[in-house]
Design a protein around this ligand. Sequence first.
Ligand SMILES: [Cu+2]
Length: 133
Amino acid sequence: MKKEFIFFGVLILVVVVLSIFGIKSLNGNIVDGVTSESPLKEFAMDSFYDENGVWFSLKEINVNKGDRVRIKVTNIKGKHDFIIDEYGINEITPLNEEVVIEFIADKTGEFVYYCSVPGHREKGQWGTLTVSG
Ligand SMILES: [Cu+2]
């Protein structure tokens, strides 16, 4: 009777320890899978105006299809937003706040990002997002 208790005690301990390690390694694999499938590409830009026009400080963004894209936009002068029509992105960028925009680049091609405040795009506030296949 006593020996049986010890046997089952050890058996339960082994099962518990194995399941804890099993879950840990499983989680590790899942996390690795996500990051290796979708590389993160980070960009940062300011939006502002000066005597020559209205601008995003970054004119070009180049990524590959499948990349996770993170764009940080900081409005440092004026009233602006950040639009990419084809990706359904439409973010207001309040003054002196960093707005983080994130999406998966799942469509290839050249897309224009711009500010939709009247006159701003015409005065230069736009750039090109290129997603290569
Ligand atoms: Cu603007």
